[in-house]
Design a protein around this ligand. Sequence first.
Ligand SMILES: [Ca+2]
Ligand SMILES: [Ca+2]
Ligand SMILES: [Ca+2]
Length: 319
Amino acid sequence: MSAKLIVTLFYVQYIFITNCQEVAKFFRKDYDYIDSTKSFYKIHTIHRTWEDAKEMCDFEGTTLFYPYDEDEARAVINYWNQTQPFSWIFIGVSTPNVREVFETVDGLSISQVYDAWGRGEPNNAGGIEGCVVLRKDGTLNDDQCTKKLPFICKKTLSTLEWNMLCDLPDMGYEYNELGRCYKFHLNPRSWHDAFRICDAEQSYLAIINSDAEANVLVNITKNTPKDDVEDTNYLNGAVHLGFKFNHIWKTIKHESLRRSGYTKWGVGQPDGKGKETCGSMFFNGKLNDISCDQRCFFICEHEPAILTTEYDFRFGRPN
Ligand SMILES: [Ca+2]
Ligand SMILES: [Ca+2]
Ligand SMILES: [Ca+2]
């Protein structure tokens, strides 16, 4: 990319962030903006344990919501009543360090934020209540972290960063000459978790469609510093990719590997004899069948929608 183009793109990005982004107040299609709190929210209707809820928000680039003050509690409960009138939700408050000492997911003491406990709460009933729920009447209760409940994820407008080239609110994605964006994940995961994380990031587990794309992925893999990874429970030397065995090898877009445009297997691969039904790539770009439970690095792929009508829809009319 030429220096002039890069300068132009940065300029466009600057104009865009300072004008359109602020005006359009857009984060993701699945999040709604509340003006009084200057934040975006999404009600997750699939019930999860407290830890899984926190992780889900994290995957979406957000935090598990807790009310900062009474005004936010009121605004969000109003929104929640209008959309999904659940009786209660998990919020981003728990006891991560010491029993019965409540902290927010970003490390504040509950006394610094909204702390309108219900009558007789917190009571740590049965000695097993370490996570906090917000009830529809606005009161808090400590409850069991292992229950599965709905929850809300939150993103503040002030922390929103827009990756202009990749058309995503995630600066971890890098645009390249193929007109696509990739993010190399250094947290080793099983194939299914990797799939889920890419999906939560509005992307998909990368699919190689040409020799040129294989080269791009090899270079990204080579240039990502992998030595500082503290987690040692993973297979070094391969990254999970978006293909899988189901009668035949198919991409996660349901195309046969042959039609996808790239079928260069590593020497002797596939060799799993039915036990390695998920897809990966060795660091040298050659394909490898792998156990779906095997933890590995992985790469997510995203096609920017900059030239599509979806883009106009998002930024053409301010909310
Ligand atoms: Ca309780
Ligand atoms: Ca691709
Ligand atoms: Ca293999």
